[in-house]
Write a new protein. Structure first.
Length: 361
């Protein structure tokens, strides 16, 4: 029956039912004439019933299907995270172009491995509802075993992004891939930018506002600063957790604790949310120590880029993680893996510094 297709299903049904009904009439006529035994009649009727059932099944199986596919996106954080919101929007747009619906899974506590593991178990219980998904993992050292188990048991195509969940390419489970930015390189780019801004100043002071998540950002930035500015003084506060208000408080406290006559030359924040908090703190407690302070962040969110374009704002640059490029790439990999195609196991995108229309050196 290989020649059958959906367009011929109605014709197949009509022809078969016509033949079967005609056969029944003929058999009944023979029974009435005494030409066929009752046992043969029952056997023939059973055969006819089976044929009818097969025809109905074929009609059901070959009917046109308009059901859309569904993919999930599991994030590591969501509350007041402009970058994550932009990424979710871009993933939704990219999936919709491929006629795929999106189910969003948000942890009840930002950057909590237990909250993400809970969602992984829920997805696993309904794995047949999904064609695959995109996972933005947090606390990867704690979550790693859960990720391996999930990938093994679900057998779904999974694209990881943002923070690499496995230290080496060989440790990635089958049917998984990573696309994103080298998180340490983002901090290094910010460090090189600061070196250019601060070169020529004697003993420049830099405050790094950071989080325990993505700690390679502050480490690589500090390394770049010390390499380019041997007399630099660096203070790092890694308790701010990518939260704007915490960054605001940390900057105000640091400025208050400066000795008389000391200045704060620069602030590096490991995401734009904290950089916006740093800018708020400078504006709220203006002093001689912060008159020439420059601020640099990471992500490239709209509010940050808008402030960077403002000539009198201390926010001077951000290292851009392009959410559109990231989302399109992740969805492309997911769709290809769903269709059985091979994709690169690990893809690192190139980040760029945004200095805006009012770049000042």
């Amino acid at each position: 029956m290989a020649w059958l297709n959906r367009d011929k299903t109605p014709a197949l049904f009509a022809v078969t039912t016509s033949v079967v009904s005609g056969g029944i009439v003929a058999v009944l006529a023979k029974v009435l004439q005494g030409g066929i035994s009752a046992g043969a009649t029952i056997l023939w009727s059973a055969l006819v019933s089976a044929v009818v059932a097969i025809v109905f099944w074929a009609a059901f199986a070959m009917r046109p299907r308009n059901r859309r596919g569904t993919a999930f996106l599991l994030t590591s954080a969501f509350e007041q995270k402009y970058y994550v919101a932009a990424l979710v929007q871009q993933v939704h747009i990219a999936l919709d172009r491929d006629d795929i619906d999106l189910v969003l899974k948000v942890p009840d506590r930002d950057y909590d491995a237990g909250a993400q593991a809970h969602h992984l178990r829920r997805i696993l219980n309904r794995k047949h509802a999904y064609i695959g998904g995109i996972v933005v993992a947090g606390e990867v050292s704690r979550l790693r075993e859960d990720l391996v188990r999930f990938c093994r048991e679900s057998r779904l195509p999974i694209v990881f992004s943002d923070l690499e969940p496995f230290p080496t390419e060989s440790e990635y489970p089958d049917n998984t891939a990573f696309i994103g930015y080298d998180t340490g390189e983002l901090g290094e780019l910010a460090g090189h930018w600061l070196v250019k801004q601060l070169r020529g100043r004697t003993g420049p002071r830099v405050l790094i506002i950071a989080s325990l998540e993505h700690d390679s950002r502050q480490q690589r930035c500090e390394k770049a600063l010390r390499s380019g500015l041997p007399d630099v003084e660096i203070v790092t506060d890694d308790r701010c957790g990518f939260v704007r208000s915490r960054a605001h408080n940390a900057v105000r406290t640091h400025v208050r604790n400066l000795a008389p006559g000391q200045r704060l030359d620069a602030i590096f924040c490991t995401n734009d949310e904290m950089a916006l908090g740093a800018v708020d703190a400078i504006a709220a407690a203006a002093s001689a120590a912060t008159q020439a302070t420059v601020v640099v962040g990471i992500d490239g969110v709209l509010e940050a880029r808008t402030l960077i374009d403002t000539a009198d704002c201390p926010f001077r640059a951000t290292v851009v993680q392009d959410t559109h490029r990231l989302a399109v790439g992740a969805v492309d990999f997911l769709v290809k893996m769903h269709r059985g195609y091979a994709v690169p196991r690990r893809t690192i995108l190139k980040a760029e510094i945004y200095e805006g229309d009012n770049a000042r050196l």
